[in-house]
Design a protein around this ligand. Structure first.
Ligand code: NAD
Length: 443
């Protein structure tokens, strides 16, 4: 193994996770080669354009390309020749036919890389996979690599949050590596030496525990969100206020306030598919009852979408047919253009299917939304989207929406009605301006 300061790293899969990782590793001083099967994506990255919205990544990519320490390719031969350490960052989406994870991309990444490994190599998976996947891939790697067991595989799950990807990668709150190989451990330790020196916890586990850390973390976060949303359901009926309830709960250190925001619930490319894949894997392992509560977590989350639609429908007299509706937000969360399993777009397109003309505005995700949902209308500003609206729905809590001026919007809408799907607005302020304000979990 080459010494840490000269270690060369390939990052296989240059989506949200891989492109961010590649640029950050170059920033940390490593020589990095990003590899993807998508030629258009590689061309974009080579020319300094990030194929998705991630604050700060554009500048970082451009700066690191200029140093020559960061390059991109579609060639696995080149990757195998170049790197001492290979990081697998390809997608593991939900399968079309079940809740299980689709492992064809991680399998193909190993299949494409392995035959070119003609010297001892370390391969480390970073994608989120069902427990048991890494052991299978390790055997597959050793079987396909010309160097046999000199090609070793470990698993190091990634915890970055979209929207904070650069910061989270440069300053991880923990590093977990699943391996029993000293060589794999040494390589991963070398990769994060700066962060370890700065105090980041470094945990060495077996493969299975490392895989589970990631899905367990996401299951916990999803549960916390659905817990407070279940309290919102009860609050609505019982006459309570879930915002005050959440605040009061948050002062208990054992509970804490993070991920305790009631609203439209979670979405995106991770939490929903990760909890479903986790349940599917538990089923395969014969421990389905252990995770049956996640079914409820998922169901509570889906019910919030239906409830948001119901509130809007009530506000306009019971039917969407022929009405004009504004959807503020398309991304699954603010500071991202990711629309995978976006609650905002799910709500908007359901309302459109019920007969309304729905116009969507989002500060970053319009292009992706337009492609995925041609049945919706799109506007280039909040004010343009609001024109003629019978009801507005705030569906993604972008700062721009939090800071919206109700007086200004009042001049262009047909009816001053707003559903705050994220509990992001100040009801007193909006009501003072003459709006009928409704939110989830509040009276
Ligand atoms: P993504 O869809 O944005 O990117 C995946 C990339 O892999 C695509 O560019 C695709 O072309 C490429 N790819 C597919 N097969 C390939 C192959 N054989 N060789 C090379 N490239 C290949 O997905 P993502 O959001 O970056 O997620 C990747 C993984 O990381 C998933 O397992 C996800 O659960 C996990 N993860 C994601 C995040 C996040 O915030 N997005 C955070 C932590 C973990």
């Amino acid at each position: 193994m080459i010494e840490a300061d000269r270690m060369r790293v390939s990052v296989i899969g240059t989506g949200y996770l891989g492109a961010t990782t590649a640029a950050c590793l170059a920033e940390m001083g490593f020589e990095v080669l990003g590899v993807d099967v998508d030629e258009a994506k590689i061309d974009m990255l080579r020319s300094g354009r990030v194929p998705f919205y991630e604050p700060g990544l554009d500048e970082l990519l451009t700066a690191k390309l200029a140093t020559g320490r960061l390059r991109f390719t579609t060639s696995f031969t080149e990757a195998a020749e170049f790197a001492d350490l290979h990081l697998i960052c390809v997608g593991t989406p939900q399968r079309d036919d079940s809740g299980a994870a689709d492992l064809r991309y991680v399998n193909s990444a190993v299949d494409q890389l392995a035959p070119h490994l003609t010297r001892p190599s370390v391969v480390v998976g970073r994608s989120t996979v069902p427990v048991g996947t890494a052991a299978t891939l390790a055997a597959r790697l050793a079987a396909l690599a010309p160097v046999g067991e000199e090609a070793e595989l470990g698993w190091s799950p990634e915890f970055l949050r979209e929207g904070f990807g650069v910061k989270d990668t440069l300053h991880p709150n923990r590093i977990v590596i699943g391996t029993d190989s000293p060589r794999v451990e040494k390589a991963v330790r070398a990769l994060w030496q700066q962060q370890i020196d700065d105090g980041a916890p470094f945990l060495v586990t077996d493969l299975q525990t490392a895989e589970l850390v990631k899905v367990a973390a996401n299951a916990f976060l999803a549960t916390k969100i659905s817990f407070i949303n279940a309290m919102a359901e009860v609050s609505e009926v019982a006459g309570a206020d879930v915002i005050q309830l959440a605040e009061a709960l948050s002062y208990d250190d054992r509970i804490g306030g993070k991920f305790l925001g009631p609203g439209l619930g979670f979405g995106g490319g991770c939490l929903p598919k990760d909890i479903r894949a986790f349940m599917a894997r538990a089923d395969e392992l014969g421990v389905e009852p252990a995770l049956s509560f996640l079914r409820e977590v998922d169901a509570i989350n889906q019910r919030r979408r239906a409830r948001t639609i119901d509130i809007a429908r009530q506000l306009i007299g019971g039917s969407f047919a022929g009405r004009t509706v504004t959807a503020l937000g398309a991304a699954f969360k603010p500071n991202s253009d990711d629309i995978r399993d976006s609650p905002a777009l799910d709500v908007a397109s359901t309302i459109a299917s019920l007969g309304a003309q729905v116009t969507v505005y989002d500060p970053a995700a319009l292009e992706r939304a337009r492609e995925a949902h041609p049945e919706l209308n799109y506007a280039d500003s909040m004010l343009a989207a609001a024109r003629g609206a019978d009801v507005m729905l705030l569906l993604t809590e972008w700062a721009e929406f939090r800071e919206a001026n109700p007086d200004e919007l009042a001049e262009v809408v047909a009816g001053k009605r707003i559903v705050d799907g994220r509990n992001a607005l100040d009801p007193t302020y909006w009501r003072a301006s003459g709006w009928t304000y409704r939110a989830l979990g509040r009276q």
